[in-house]
Write a protein that binds this ligand. Sequence first.
Ligand code: FES
Ligand code: FES
Length: 160
Amino acid sequence: MKRAIELKVNGEMYPVSVSADRTLLDVIREDLLLTGTKKGCEAGECGACTVLMDGKPVNSCMVLVMDAVGREIVTIEGVGGLEGLHPIQEALVEHGAVQCGYCTPGIVMTAKALLDNQPNPTEREIREALAGNLCRCTGYVKIVEAVLAVSQALSQGRRG
Ligand code: FES
Ligand code: FES
């Protein structure tokens, strides 16, 4: 049986009719057509499906859509796009930290949550925050460098 619900995603209310056993990931991609959030393992292991829920990164493949009702969801489409990249996206590109790109939306979401809460993380804190976001291409070094660069730019901006 389907239920009529509303989801708040990227500041907009989306009315949808869904079965209660569907995941937030599937509804975001298939009903809302926000396909920037990637589907990888569907088992909570890879982080490709990371979105923010009330500011915290979650694996949307592990969240039942009913549990997202009344929460603030942010997907990669709410962070930046071709018309204006987020500083984390710019830094990933500048540091050559994007290869196939499949992990990138999830990494951006996790890094954004980290920097929103801890603007000056250490390299170790960045690595710990990103531990649940698997990347099979880059070896992580360039990703960590990119996030560090954004944090340094932010702190210079705050001092300036
Ligand atoms: S698709 Fe959700 S953690 Fe891999
Ligand atoms: S760039 Fe290919 S998985 Fe990360």
